[in-house]
Design a protein. Structure first.
Length: 602
């Protein structure tokens, strides 16, 4: 209201100011509603150029006056003293002018002034006579801005000014009305925006999943959002104006929760500040919910209670997640502990393996020396078949050496100290020589070995030693699980961007549910598959790691009773190195002996 009063004061002051300016500039004396008749008289024969200019100036100044009716007359200065001429002019003027309509006579020079003063006062004497001498032109024009009523000296507003004033006042009234209408429209717009904002706030409060309610100073409900009504099952209950004690009579199944509401309300009023805490409630479905509750007491200026706002956020899932996080953290701790324990075990196995391999190598060297002594007759076999027993010992020692080597290599891989040393090799030659090197072992077990390739030479970057070990392991497994009379096919296929190496047998096969675990550490297809060749479960896991070191992959296809096929895929890439492309002429027999130690005949 104060702003509106100030606005009205400003508008009123502006109107007064504009009216003052208007009257200051335009107020005039008015004889009647007709225009003023002004007679401008001069003598032409005696007028020089300067006087002509002066005459035209005063004439133009009078003509500019909006309320003047100008009449111009000229006298012959050479005849003004002639009585006949004077009588003729006077008669002519009497016909033209009426002293009641003539308000001012302006004589431009002394001749015309003297003429009017001498002959014209009889019928023009009531109109003022003024001599224009050039110096008083501005004064005459200024005087002509007002209308002089001869009978009464009154200040009157001309009709045109009254019309202008009326238009001005009406315009100001229209402006004021438009301003008021605009103010009213703005007020309506503001009220509409306030209503819309209020509706938006209500919608937001009702849409939020948090429970929100407002109570008066006596604890009676003023408003509650949908989440609160739904939680306490108050959708069809007239809860407004009721306290928690009164709700107990209606919703007795929430007795404990409502009692808790009452107690925490007391705590908030007693604290005289924001109260916050976690509270557990049983919803209408019987599910325990945990809420983060905030209660905000509001006071009047005199310190008396006014109202209370309550907000409750469901943090049940967060509490569950916190519990799960605690369990996860505990599991991580146990996992780290298990990793540390596994690391200790790995280090132990590595140390033990190294310790075992040293005496084992000595034993194998001793067996070779004894065999040499037997062959050259230094040791005489007196019917005990010493050479056969030495072969048995050597076979089992090699098996043990294979296990120890695998354990050491797996330990190095786990520790990150086992790397592939890539060279540009003819992979066809490497696979073929490695395959043919074990043909004798295959034949001794009654198995046909076939090698086939669709390309005679293909150079790729690989680790020759590891590729020999991979092929020997796969061929050893194929021999181990293929019965006599079976067949093992080794195929090499060039796919331009990669090389495919396939080792396929006609053996006992691998069950579908076991085909993935055979590449895992200590994973075996079945302990009952071939009891005569029960392994440690390290070989294929080691093969997979050695292939992945060379950026390759391995997979298996198999069916029980129909054999197995292991498929290796290596990328065709070349590394920058000095020297010729490496080919192998002969596979390390010691490595063959170790890998095929399970198949050595006694």
């Amino acid at each position: 209201m104060g702003d509106k009063r100030d606005l009205c004061k400003k508008i009123f002051t502006l109107i007064i100011l504009l009216l003052g300016i208007f009257f200051y500039n335009d107020i005039c004396f008015s004889a009647d509603e007709e225009k003023r008749q002004v007679l401008l008289i001069g003598s032409y024969s005696s007028i020089n150029e300067a006087k002509k200019e002066n005459f035209q100036e005063i004439k133009s100044q009078i003509e500019k006056n909006h309320n003047c009716y100008l009449v111009t007359e000229y006298l012959d200065s050479n005849k003004i003293n002639d009585n006949k001429y004077a009588e003729q002019v006077i008669e002519d003027y009497k016909k033209k002018y009426n002293e009641d309509n003539l308000y001012l006579i302006v004589a431009h020079d002394s001749n015309s002034f003297n003429f009017i003063n001498k002959y014209g006062l009889e019928f023009l004497g009531k109109a003022p006579l003024i001599l224009s001498n050039g110096a008083n032109n501005q004064a005459i024009c200024k005087m002509l801005k007002n209308t002089y009523r001869k009978e009464r000296n009154l200040f009157l507003i001309p009709k045109k000014h009254i019309l202008n004033l009326a238009i001005f006042v009406v315009s100001m009234l229209i402006i004021i009305i438009l301003m008021l209408l605009n103010n009213i429209e703005k007020r309506k717009t503001t009220e509409k925006l306030l209503r819309e904002n209020e509706d938006q706030i209500k919608n937001i409060i009702n849409a939020t999943p948090d429970i929100i309610c407002f109570k008066d100073k006596n604890g009676k409900y003023i408003k509650a959002n949908e989440a609160h009504r739904k939680f306490l099952n108050l959708e069809n209950v007239d809860y407004i104006g009721k306290s928690d004690e009164e709700l107990l009579k209606i919703k007795s199944n929430f007795k404990e929760d409502i009692y808790r509401f009452i107690e925490t309300d007391k705590k908030a009023w007693g604290k005289k500040g924001v109260w916050r805490g976690e509270e557990k409630f049983i919803d209408r479905d019987g599910i325990c919910k945990v809420f983060d509750v905030i209660k905000v007491p509001i006071y009047n200026e005199d310190g008396s209670r006014k109202a209370m706002g309550v907000i409750g956020r469901d943090i049940t899932e967060r509490k569950i997640n916190e519990e799960l996080k605690k369990e996860a953290d505990e599991n991580v701790r146990l996992l780290e502990k298990a990793k540390e324990s596994d690391k200790l075990k790995t280090e132990f196995f590595a140390n033990v393996s190294h310790e075992l391999r040293t005496p084992l190598n000595i034993m194998l060297s001793s067996f070779q020396l004894i065999e040499l002594y037997i062959d050259n007759g230094s040791i005489v076999d007196n019917g005990v078949d010493l050479k056969t027993r030495i072969k048995v010992l050597k076979k089992n020692s090699l098996r043990l050496l294979k296990l120890i080597n695998n354990i050491i290599d797996i330990t190095k891989i786990d520790s990150g100290f086992y790397e592939a040393y890539l060279k540009n090799c003819n992979i066809v030659n490497l696979v073929e020589e490695t395959t043919l090197s074990v043909a004798e072992y295959m034949e001794s077990n009654g198995i046909d070995l076939v090698f086939d390739t669709d390309v005679e030479e293909r150079v790729i970057a690989c680790d020759p030693e590891k590729m020999e070990r991979i092929m020997l392991n796969l061929l050893s497994n194929a021999t181990k699980f293929t019965p006599s009379g079976g067949r093992v096919d080794v195929n090499l296929l060039d796919k331009k961007n990669s090389i495919i190496i396939s080792v396929k047998d006609t053996g006992i096969g691998i069950p579908k549910d076991k085909q993935q675990i055979i590449f895992e550490r200590f994973g075996q297809a079945s302990k009952d598959t071939n009891a005569n060749y029960e392994g440690s479960g390290i070989g294929l896991s080691l093969v997979k790691s050695l292939i992945e070191m060379q950026h390759g992959t391995i997979k298996v296809k198999s069916e029980c009773g129909s054999g197995s096929e292991f498929i290796i895929e290596l990328p065709c890439r070349i590394i920058n190195e000095q020297g010729n492309i490496e080919n192998i002429d002969e596979v390390d027999k010691e490595m063959i002996g170790v890998e095929f130690s399970d198949l050595l005949t006694t």
